[in-house]
Design a protein around this ligand. Structure first.
Ligand SMILES: [Zn+2]
Ligand SMILES: [Zn+2]
Ligand SMILES: [Zn+2]
Length: 324
């Protein structure tokens, strides 16, 4: 009698442990899938996908931009991503775009306000208008921020330091320039590290950086602007293979896109050229290629059929607001 009673107690104890285990598991899964990815681990949120001129584009009355001119749901912000470290409760912004104020609001909405309003630091690739002019929002005329870290390569730092109005941000300590060196990792927290590298691009005012983001979890590549993959010293296929998600320059779909401009003066890898580089890659590798930085003329921005075509051929398209 005594023995069976103690067995009963043991069975009940085991059962309660089992309930506790599955209960915790359910809670973990619920929390983890809040944004489609595990948001308890470091992750990236896309805050913008358009080329520097934004979408809709100034002066464009063609099919590509008409709907976006009339509907906020169809418009998109300029290319930008947020890197989030939930453990440290910190985040970093990549690119200070002309849409930065809206993008800070979007980040706050997506993360339900649990992170500081301003990022711990801003990484800037280069001195073309879509990538740094949002810094003006941090100045005396707007937010008047205090010592926001801006990480950039030496030429970009020099450009900001020696040209107004950016120089005033430095003088007033609205921003602090954190000079990076190519291929020298910047450790941001126990779980997150960013390595800048140089890529060939029209370097009118500064050199151009790409960033490799390594986390305790997923790794990312961010190359929103590059002239041509062939001009780069590295092999794009191998570089993509080393990460989980690669955000790559998809400015133009085809060479006929800008009939009134010489497209050779503004070189970018055409989407078809990038696809060609990966023609012998397996489906896992292709899926990592996540196109971003769309010009308004690129039909991947507004044509469902074109987007479907890309996805059916195994590649991915960056979605504003999505977690990676
Ligand atoms: Zn750009
Ligand atoms: Zn347009
Ligand atoms: Zn550029």
């Amino acid at each position: 009698m005594e023995a069976s009673k103690s067995m009963k107690v043991q069975v009940m104890y085991n059962l309660s442990q089992l309930y506790w285990f599955f209960g915790s598991l359910l809670l973990f899964v619920t929390l983890s899938s809040a944004h489609g990815q595990e948001t308890t681990k470091p992750h990236v949120i896309v805050l913008g996908v358009a080329q520097d001129g934004g979408y809709p584009h100034i002066g464009c009355e063609k099919k590509c931009c008409m709907r976006a001119h009339h509907s906020k749901d169809s418009s998109r912000f300029v290319v930008s991503i947020a890197l989030v470290d939930p453990k440290e409760q910190k985040w970093w912004l990549f690119e200070a775009t002309p849409d930065m104020a809206d993008q800070l609001r979007l980040f706050r909405e997506i993360t339900k306000g649990i992170y500081p309003y301003l990022p711990e630091g801003i990484f800037v690739t280069h001195a073309h208008i879509g990538h740094y002019t949002g810094l003006m929002e941090l100045g005396r005329e707007a937010l008047g921020s205090n010592k926001v870290h801006v990480h950039a390569l030496p030429g970009m730092c020099k450009f900001l330091q020696s040209n107004g109005p950016w120089s005033q941000l430095v003088e007033l300590n609205n921003i602090v320039l954190m000079k990076c060196e190519t291929n020298a990792p910047v450790t941001l927290s126990e779980s997150v590290m960013v390595t800048p590298f140089a890529v060939p691009h029209r370097d009118e005012f500064s050199e151009t950086a790409g960033f490799r983001i390594e986390t305790r979890g997923r790794n990312y590549l961010f190359i929103p602007d590059i002239d041509k993959w062939e001009k780069w010293e590295k092999n794009i296929v191998k570089e993509v293979d080393l990460v989980d998600v690669a955000f790559l320059d998809a400015t133009f779909w085809s060479i006929t896109e800008l009939p009134f401009r010489n497209i050779k003066m503004i070189p970018h890898p055409l989407v078809s050229e990038t696809i060609e580089h990966f023609k012998d890659s397996d489906s896992d590798l292709k899926r990592k290629v996540t196109f971003i930085h769309f010009n308004h003329t690129n039909k991947m921005m507004w044509d469902k059929g074109a987007r479907q075509e890309i996805e059916e051929s195994g590649f991915s398209i960056a979605i504003q607001g999505a977690t990676y």
